[in-house]
Design a binder for this molecule. Structure first.
Ligand code: ADP
Ligand code: MG
Length: 238
């Protein structure tokens, strides 16, 4: 069964069409990376999957269920953004549990889920700290923790590491790969970084002006790009 299926998905903002009839099938548990130039529609596509924007046309299904009209909180998705807006007055544990609390999840269950996410992300020692007492990498881990506690079917990452310095990016990339092995959820990951795309992806989707230009395994895109545009992002030109 497909973990995620987009069927002729289109999106316009007024007169401006930004996503044109995108078809995509992602296996359950697959790690898919979106690449493409700034403005090509990567974030919009993630927001459509999350339900933060309504589609103009087409259908979206998650684990076989049509979610096109389903509110974001009921889709079973969790999104991690580039700017990890944490609540400054809350502790790490409170930040991670906040979404569950407003959904009226019982307190002991919140404590258990936050503890489990903290274990996966090596944040156990930091649960009582406030965001300003954390490094950039630790803050981004808390943001990922907020997604994990919701136990989503699909994780959506929008350039989550682009604010971090190079060394930390490598470390966090390895952590995200480990997270994927551990939770086995479907993951859709947007990045500008070719190394992230090549090393994290089971499958890379190259987007161009709101259309899918090429889809394939990293090694296939690298060795055999359809054209110079794809080669410019991933491959070695023919
Ligand atoms: P990317 O993430 O690939 O850089 P985006 O998905 O952010 O691209 O944007 C795709 C296009 O849609 C851009 O031309 C952008 O200006 C436009 N766009 C995105 N969100 C809106 C919006 N809320 N209203 C109008 N135009 C938008
Ligand atoms: Mg974007």
């Amino acid at each position: 069964m497909a973990g995620l299926k987009l069927d002729s998905v289109g999106k316009s903002f007024g007169e401006l069409a930004v996503i044109h009839s995108v078809d995509l099938e992602v296996d359950s548990g697959e790690f898919v990376v979106f690449v493409g130039p700034s403005g090509c529609g990567k974030s919009t596509l993630l927001r459509l999957i999350a339900g933060l924007e309504d589609t103009t046309s087409g259908r979206i299904a998650i684990d076989g269920a049509d979610v096109t009209e389903t509110p974001p909180s009921e889709r079973g998705v969790a999104m991690v953004f580039q700017s990890y807006a944490l609540y400054p007055h809350m502790t790490v544990a409170e930040n991670m549990g906040f979404g569950l609390k407003i959904n009226r999840v019982p307190k002991d269950e919140i404590v258990r889920k936050v503890g489990e996410a903290a274990r996966v992300l090596h944040l156990e020692e930091l649960l009582g700290r406030k965001p300003k007492q954390l490094s950039g990498g630790q803050r981004q881990r808390v943001a990922i923790g907020r997604a994990i506690v919701r136990n989503p079917k699909v994780f959506l990452f929008d350039e989550p590491l682009s604010n971090l310095d190079a060394e930390l990016r490598v470390q966090m990339r390895l952590e995200i790969a480990r997270l994927h092995r551990e939770v086995k959820a479907t993951m859709i990951y947007v990045t500008h970084d070719q190394v992230e795309a090549m090393t994290l992806a089971d499958k890379i989707v190259v987007l161009r002006s709101g259309r899918v230009e090429q889809v394939g395994r990293p090694i296939d895109l690298y060795a055999d790009p359809d054209n110079l545009f794809v080669a410019g992002f991933i491959g070695s030109p023919k």
